[in-house]
Ligand binder design. Structure first.
Ligand code: B12
Ligand code: SF4
Length: 464
């Protein structure tokens, strides 16, 4: 059977769907992967082009992967395909389908909840052979007008049992043309996820892979890096784990392994490290293995907000590690979240003060975004339900979000965000460090419009 997998996400480097595509190919299914990052069903040419493409493939199943901010586009794509091909079933999966399956079933025939490797194989097999799908684990669907949520498969315990991506079936180098979240252009990069699950309990966060961390072995990570390096010339790896540094010994084993195998590569950790559990030994190992850029996520400088949000970051330890990494010339990015329910001017000011005094090179001061299915969403629902009314999914990107969950008036709240950006960047020493330490100085101008937008956020009317 032919399967069509569609990504409506704006970035091309989607690991989950790519992994499912590789798995299907590995198991002998004829899978196709289509990127539709900015699909607009008002554009008739795009609609016709998509329909022609699908007609040529004749898929027996269409799978779409989405985050919350992709919901509107996912609806448009699915609606447009269902009109033209009413008999092809659609399954949605990914983080938004996992946290809001009922909403997704208004458009998709099936929703895959959580880890879906085996579920996808089961579903494709059942559809191919005309078997019932009713008992397939992790699947949700409507039965007699009601949502049936099947039990979940146990989580994949041994991540090494998942096949390594079938890199020979994709154009690894084509991805190099796309900009990633690392502000360096034209890298020969690949993105890796080396673990699943996170034991921390930050209230804004997803729980797609459970609260226990499961990890690929250091040797398997090194095999994948080695394969990408020797076969395709990849020399820059973005590690996108939730908490890559949770197991210090594994991090050190990976770094040592890179030396042992003679792999001369660079590393970045754009999704962040848990900064307070690092040690100088781990930072040294990472820097010596090629790490040149890392995200240290502060989120809030207020101990009260750290507690409320259950991030419980040890701020002094975090700042100490950050300063050490900066001394080792790692380019440090940070992100802060502003606007939690009950957050006061004092809390906001603490975040500004801590960020401004930290050894970060850059920092983003994002608006808190209450994603459906998170404890933060529940808290907002309890404390300020009126603010959730009319929230638009296509804005659910922390840069474009316009919601103020605090009790402060909008002009005061957004004023603090603007102040944070000004205070942080209007610092000649920081600017000098950015220029000195940025791994690719010529790409620095791309920062300017983004910083400018955030510095004026809320001045241009609307709610923000
Ligand atoms: C890597 C990553 C990124 C990367 C790449 C994104 C990507 N799609 O791969 C980058 C840096 C680009 C990114 C960007 C953003 N991200 Co991000 N990202 C992640 C991260 C850390 C890992 C994703 C991943 O690769 N996981 C590993 C793979 C194997 O898992 P998976 O993709 O979930 O796939 C599995 C299942 O979901 C399922 N599945 C997936 N697709 C499908 C499809 C079908 C049909 C089926 C059946 C099943 C299925 O099966 C897969 C295998 O088990 C997650 C957190 C996390 N741990 O999941 C956040 C996360 C997904 N990101 C998040 C957010 C908010 C963003 C941003 C919006 C941030 C922002 N700027 O505001 C942007 C969006 C960018 C954009 N412009 O649209 C949120 C999403 C919240 C939500 N409810 O939508 C998450 C959950 C982080 C969080 N702490 O909350 N992100
Ligand atoms: S924000 Fe990071 S540390 Fe906190 S629960 Fe999510 S993945 Fe874990």
């Amino acid at each position: 059977m032919n399967v069509l997998l569609i990504s409506v996400q704006r970035t091309l480097d989607i690991l989950g769907l790519k992994g499912l595509h590789h798995l299907l190919l590995d198991k002998g299914w004829n899978s196709h992967l289509l990127y539709l990052p900015r699909f607009d069903d008002a554009d008739r040419c795009k609609v016709e082009e998509l329909r022609r493409f699908v007609a040529a493939i004749e898929p027996g199943l269409i799978g779409t992967s989405l985050m919350a901010n992709d919901y509107t586009v996912a609806v448009a794509v699915t609606r447009c395909l269902k009109e033209a091909f009413p008999d092809i079933p659609h399954i949605w999966g990914g983080i938004h389908a996992t946290t809001a399956p009922e909403m997704c079933l208004e458009h998709a025939d099936y929703v895959g909840v959580g880890e879906c490797e085996q579920t996808m194989l089961d579903l494709v097999g059942a559809l191919e052979h005309g078997r019932s799908v009713d008992a397939i684990p992790n699947l949700c669907f409507l039965k007699d007008g009601r949502v049936q949520r099947n039990p979940l498969y146990p989580l994949v315990e041994d991540l090494d049992s998942l096949p390594m991506p079938a890199y020979d079936l994709i154009d690894v180098k084509a991805y190099w043309k796309c900009q990633t979240s690392v502000p360096v252009a034209r890298r020969h990069y690949a993105t890796l996820i080396t673990s699943r699950g996170c034991p921390y309990r930050c209230i804004w966060c997803h729980n797609i892979f459970g609260k226990r961390i499961r990890m690929h072995s250091a040797e398997r990570v090194l095999d994948e890096m080695g394969h990408l390096h020797t076969t395709y010339g990849v020399d820059d790896f973005d590690i996108e784990d939730d908490t890559f540094n949770f197991d210090r010994e594994r991090v050190i084993a990976i770094c040592d392994g890179l030396h042992r195998r003679g792999l001369d590569v660079k590393l970045t950790i754009p999704n962040g490290v848990r900064g307070d559990i690092l040690t100088e030994e781990v930072i040294d190992a990472l820097v010596d293995a090629g790490m040149y850029m890392c995200m240290f996520a502060l989120e809030s400088g207020s101990p009260r907000i750290q507690k409320l949000t259950r991030k419980n970051l040890n701020i002094p330890k975090f700042l100490e590690n950050c300063a050490y990494a900066a001394r080792r010339r790692v380019f440090i990015q940070s992100c802060c979240m502003m606007g939690f329910p009950t957050e006061t001017e004092e809390d906001l000011q603490q975040t500004i003060d801590v960020a401004a005094g930290a050894a970060f090179h850059t920092a983003s001061f994002f608006t808190v975004t209450p994603y459906p299915g998170t404890p933060l969403h529940d808290l907002a629902q309890e404390m300020c339900p009126e603010k959730l009314v009319g929230l638009r999914f296509d804005m659910m990107n922390s840069s474009t979000m316009r919601v103020n969950l605090t009790d402060l008036p909008d002009e005061v709240f957004y004023g603090y965000q603007r102040k944070a950006v000004r205070r942080f960047f209007a610092n000649p020493r920081r600017l000098a460090r950015i220029v000195r330490d940025h791994p690719q100085r010529r790409s620095l101008p791309v920062y300017v419009p983004l910083i400018g937008y955030r510095a004026v956020k809320g001045l241009l009317g609307g709610r923000g």
